[in-house]
Design a protein around this ligand. Sequence first.
Ligand SMILES: Nc1ncnc2c1ncn2[C@@H]1O[C@H](COP(=O)(O)OP(=O)(O)OP(=O)(O)O)[C@@H](O)[C@H]1O
Ligand SMILES: [Mg+2]
Length: 315
Amino acid sequence: MILTVTPNPSLDRTYEIPSLDRGEVVRATGERMDPGGKGVNVSRAVAAAGRRTVAVLPLGGAPGAVIEELLAAQGIEVAPVPIAGDTRSNIALAESDGVLTKINAPGPELTGQEQELLLDTVRRQSRGADWIACCGSLPRGLSPSWYADLVARAHAAGVRIALDTSGPALLEALREGPDVVKPNAEELAEAVGRPLMTVGDAVKAAEELRGLGARAVLASLGADGQLLVDGAGVWYGSARVDMVRSNVGAGDSSLAGFLIAGGIGPEALSSAVAHGAAAVQLPGSLMPTPVHLDPAAVTVTPDAPVDRVLGEPVS
Ligand SMILES: Nc1ncnc2c1ncn2[C@@H]1O[C@H](COP(=O)(O)OP(=O)(O)OP(=O)(O)O)[C@@H](O)[C@H]1O
Ligand SMILES: [Mg+2]
């Protein structure tokens, strides 16, 4: 079982509009609501793979109730932590030319009591879990060391923990030795405080995060593939992709792929790459099921293309 923790989930409301004209009344031609949050996405991807998952979510108000309903309809088990504030609603404006504008709300502040209840729920639900995946930003009220605390607690209980977050919350958690962290290129650059120009730069940055405590670093580099840097060395994975439809949630799908394949070594990297590649070929934030995966299109090698320039069109 893979337990996911999303401390700041959202109800994602997407409006389809012809075009965004500032200051005008824009009439939507379609609208939809989805449960949102990086851990929620990981749970959706784990469930799509046919594996058991439970999503721990602080939920409050009408948006919280809608998230619970939507996830139940998708067959995803939720361990709700009731909160007094309203769960946030994030707005996405999808223009017909494919441009997406997102407005993310800060979300409610968690009280001291709610924070305790959240930790307690994670502790209870993690019994028998193979992994805990903690994903996304922290809501107001949670200290930047909150994930660090969670890593320490998970390890004390003998459960492995994966972390997909950024900024101070990531840096502080490193010292507790998370089993894997999954930054994308931008988050990795921010963590080491310098721009990354090549795959080689990303390898060095990932090694630096290991030096700060991470046991393994799964760095997703968008169209430039993925790196796994752990105690055994460096692995690089990439996959042939015929057509990119939407990269929304591709990183979350990759992390799910990594964890369901055991969460260690080149085989898990290969699964992460297969899941990322499948996710980008599906529209919206749809998560791949086993029929969408093409393991034959994945290459994993210990010889990372260190000179490859990040973000260049692939020939
Ligand atoms: N344009 C692309 N072409 C091919 N593969 C892609 C592309 N974008 C993403 N991928 C695949 O998906 C993986 C994850 O993508 P990315 O590095 O963008 O994650 P992310 O920024 O964490 O995404 P998110 O947090 O939105 O889920 C990549 O490592 C790669 O395997
Ligand atoms: Mg990500």
